[in-house]
Design a protein around this ligand. Sequence first.
Ligand SMILES: [Zn+2]
Length: 442
Amino acid sequence: MSNQRLLTADWVIVAADRPPLANHAVLILEDRIADLGPADVLRARYPEAETVAMPNCVISPGFVDAHRHCYGVLAHGIPTAQAPKDFWAFLNEFWWPRIEDRLDHDMLRAAMDLACYEMIRSGITTFFDCLEAPNAIPDGLFVQAEVVRRWGLRAVLCFEATERVSHENGELGLRENAAFIEAMRREGGLVSGAMCHHTTFTCSDAFICKAHEMAKSLGALLHFHCAEGTYEPEQALKKWGKRTLEHYDDLGVLDETTLASQCVQLSPSEVRIVGERGIRVTTMPLSNCEVGGGIAPVPEMRQAGATVGLGTDGYVSNFFASLRGAFLIHKARLLDPSAMPAREVWQMATQDGARALALDATIGTLDPGKQADLIAIDLTDLPTPVAAHNLFDQLILWRDQVDVRHVMVAGRWLKRDYLVLNADPEQLVARTREAAQRLWGA
Ligand SMILES: [Zn+2]
């Protein structure tokens, strides 16, 4: 009985689509949530359990960063002769030659190490990472997985296969994903893989169809970046007289395997396709601003029935910044203060993120039977009363990563009393700076 832990808190968010519960408790047994109920009831029911009291805290399912590029941290502040003029220039003159093509295994290791630390600090318990580094395969994914395993985070990792360097390099990328998916499945740990290709402007139709077939036969997701700016839809219209998702739909590759990230420049007919095909989408409001991509029609996609997860893109890694971006940007775009209420943003950041990554049977809510992936956020110094009606607003607008008191993944503490465990932040920063210097100076 001694391995039972009873976490009690002022508030428990079991699932973001249900009202928060006051003075509740969660019983953890090994790596799972075993029971849930009013704190006094569970205390009486499990007198032997070790109680971990979290006064003035809210316990929530951990955040799911549904899309990031951990190596991106190395590019923060990289000098550029002049700011890229548009999305194509951003990729072609900056991101590809200056960053992606130069990444090696040591750089990936250093960046992933710091990224894991930052994610835990921020309350992220699961993340999806897309590695774009044509010269870091084979084995780039395995190098990253080794780091993730050490930190104890849950992750889906994939390599973005593309024919932009050569067809052979693209094939190598697909094989990297297949080998990784199978290896992680054999391992049965917290890290899994996904199939992935880049875009319709760097991959041929045959290549995209092959990636889709491989995903289907492996029972994995097929991730791709979709219409992150105006460039991809413009090219699609020129080449096929159709928009990006219309072309994908005609290729017959939109189905339960699809995980389309970004989806910024979509027409109303593409929003309809997203809903009709039930495809999974992830949105990164802050990095969409960074690249001048636009603002994704997130409320419209949700309205159409799509599952939309929230990500950082590895840009600003404090997840609360992404929460606030998603909360605010659609209100401004739609001239509607009721767009994207806080509760819906929290849902995108937790259970919809889990759904987007096809992990909703395992995580995303605190229902008994789910994995014990949770965070506790301190409410102590909030200047106004917290109630069920305002809890999500209080959390998104007035809390930050410094208020994340505890983080647990699969029953294991990764952050305890504001401190990320087994971390040496100074050393992490020093190693990342060294890797960044090497990347910048190359
Ligand atoms: Zn991305």
